[in-house]
Design a binder for this molecule. Structure first.
Ligand code: SF4
Ligand code: F3S
Length: 113
């Protein structure tokens, strides 16, 4: 079992999750984080820390977010580990609220790899 970062992290990247992870399994891309499923020990500490509510246990990932299970696994192989909290983007608060982006379609279109 692993935890999974989903759509609402894109363009937010608050990194509060990184601060609590005991095994350094978060990997950082330009505007999104992922969890390496081979390193995650399923401790659940990160889930309540995310201001964007983007983290789910693998067995609780919503139906419309299932593709993020594979995406975390794949991108974790390419992206470097992040171990320290960073300042989020200036507009992270705007992108945190789904009401602000759902009219534009999926946030996945903004994912930078
Ligand atoms: Fe790290 Fe625990 Fe979250 Fe897994 S569940 S990513 S080990 S904090
Ligand atoms: Fe992303 Fe939430 Fe962590 S926005 S960087 S999963 S705290």
């Amino acid at each position: 079992m692993t935890f999974v970062v989903t759509e609402n992290c894109i363009k937010c990247k608050f990194t509060d999750c990184v601060d609590v992870c005991p095994v350094d399994c978060f990997h950082e891309g330009p505007n999104f984080l992922v969890i390496d499923p081979d390193e995650c020990i399923d401790c659940s500490l990160c889930e309540p820390e995310c201001p964007a509510h983007a983290i789910y246990s693998e067995d609780e990932v919503p139906a419309d977010q299932q593709q993020f299970i594979e995406l975390n696994k794949l991108l974790a192989k390419d992206w470097p580990v992040i171990t320290e909290v960073k300042v989020p983007a200036d507009d992270a608060e705007y992108w945190k609220d789904p009401e602000n982006w759902k009219k534009k379609g999926s946030k996945l279109q903004f994912l930078e790899k």
